[in-house]
Design a protein around this ligand. Structure first.
Ligand SMILES: Nc1ncnc2c1ncn2[C@@H]1O[C@H](COP(=O)(O)OP(=O)(O)O)[C@@H](O)[C@H]1O
Ligand SMILES: [Mg+2]
Length: 411
């Protein structure tokens, strides 16, 4: 019987693992001790010439099968190294259990040599990558609660590494899943389930796995702003308007979920700040949020301009720190005082739905800016804020088209 790892002996972790009585610690350490094998985006994109062959799919799955358990095992071990009390936090223990489960499910597959086995692996991989896709609000809540138990540097290092490695895990995993669906759709062997995959529904030449090669930033910004406006309306019972201008026909090669995550976080900040500042300054109407798209050489620029009062100089040094927020997370509208903007009779269900939205609730977790910057920089972009205190913020996002840097970028 394998010795239980430290985290598993904690109360919080035990709750998560109540259904699991055996834990193969040896396997985790064995995989974690292997070197990861970085892959360039160019290698991942090498199957862009249609049609896909069975060899392509088996080749693609062999990399995922060899690589993902190693990367997952390293994350599992990193959780073991957290201070004991942090590991007992139910949110963090929950995320740990997702990582462990993903490792456990994937490493157990025997070597894949035929398409049936590949399909079984792909379905498991799809489920596990979906579970891992939703861990950020949970991690953010966990670290918010444990802020005092871990020094800032340790926290930043753990979270940044977790998020960076998660991007790699997801890109590799989703890329294979998308290719596998694409292959079956091309073969005409797809059943209803395949056809209903949103990202693979019309796998034509604009999709290469999870990467969209003709993403329209203006359209994405409109969709995200609409969603955040609804969220703001639901939470504060009021929301500013917005408009998108500039190079609205410009396209970029990017992963839509990353684009969506970054911009939703920036928009949540702009909408919240505008509503907040209107209440504090007593102005009668919210000024609109301006979203401007610009075309650069190999990149797209997005500027989000709000009149939400800006960020004070002392706060400016903190806004990119994980778990730093000027908003109370338990009641994000609390700071708005009695301005009539507190959440109006939100049901528990609505509140939960908001937590599930892209990146979690509208504000209060203190994860939006640091994560958005990490995501932007991951593919060679940048995120900068210029604040005019007492007026508003200009947020400058630069996203490098993935196509331009595929050979260089290792994940
Ligand atoms: N557009 C903005 N206008 C004013 N303040 C902002 C803006 N964007 C970010 N901030 C400040 O930066 C802090 C951190 O932002 P973020 O990381 O997104 O966390 P959260 O939104 O959960 O507070 C916010 O709490 C707020 O004080
Ligand atoms: Mg935010």
């Amino acid at each position: 019987m394998a010795r239980l790892p430290r985290l598993l002996r904690t109360a919080g972790a035990r709750r998560c693992f109540s259904a699991k009585t055996h834990y193969d610690e040896t396997a985790v350490y064995k995989y974690a001790s292997q070197q990861i094998k970085p892959v360039s985006l160019g290698q991942l994109l090498k199957y862009r010439q249609l049609p896909l062959s069975a060899e392509n799919i088996l080749d693609s799955v062999s990399y995922s099968q060899a690589e993902l358990p190693v990367r997952l095992a390293k994350r599992v071990i990193s959780f073991h190294r957290l201070p004991f009390i942090v590991g007992t936090n139910p949110h963090i223990a929950q995320v740990y259990s997702h990582y462990y489960e993903a490792f456990d499910r994937l490493y157990a597959f025997p070597p894949i040599t035929d398409l049936d086995a590949e399909w079984a692996f792909t379905r498991t991989l799809e489920r596990q990558t979906q579970l891992l896709a939703n861990v950020i609000p949970e991690i953010a809540q966990g670290f918010l609660e444990c802020k005092q138990y871990m020094p800032r540097e340790g926290r930043t290092a753990f979270i940044s590494e977790l998020i960076r490695s998660r991007i790699g895990l997801r890109v590799i995993g989703e890329q294979h899943v998308a290719l596998s669906f694409q292959f079956r759709n091309e073969q005409g062997t797809s059943n209803k389930q395949h056809q209903h995959q949103p990202d693979t529904q019309h796998m034509d030449d604009v999709w290469v796995g999870a990467i969209h090669t003709k993403l329209l930033p203006a359209r994405m910004m409109n969709q995200c702003a609409q969603m955040v406006q609804n969220m703001c309306e639901m939470y504060y019972s009021t929301a500013p308007s917005y408009y998108v201008d500039g190079d609205v026909d410009e396209t970029i090669s990017y992963i839509p979920s990353h684009f969506e995550y970054i911009t939703c976080e920036l928009l949540k900040n702009a909408f919240r700040a505008t509503v907040d500042f209107s209440a504090r300054s007593g102005r009668s109407a919210h000024p609109p949020i301006q979203i401007t798209i610009t075309k650069g050489d190999g990149y797209v620029g997005v500027r989000i301009r709000d009149q939400g009062g800006g960020i004070s100089k002392p706060n400016m040094g903190n806004v990119f720190e994980y778990s730093w927020s000027s908003v109370q997370s338990s009641d994000a509208a609390g700071e708005l005082g009695n301005g009539g903007l507190a959440p109006s009779g939100m049901s528990l269900q609505t509140n939960l739905a908001l937590q599930q939205g892209v990146g979690g609730p509208i504000a209060g977790l203190g994860f939006g800016l640091p994560m958005a910057r990490l995501y932007a920089e991951y593919f060679g972009g940048s995120l900068d804020i210029v604040s005019m205190e007492g007026y508003g913020c200009d947020v400058f996002l630069k996203l490098r088209s993935i196509e331009g840097s595929v050979e260089l970028k290792q994940i």
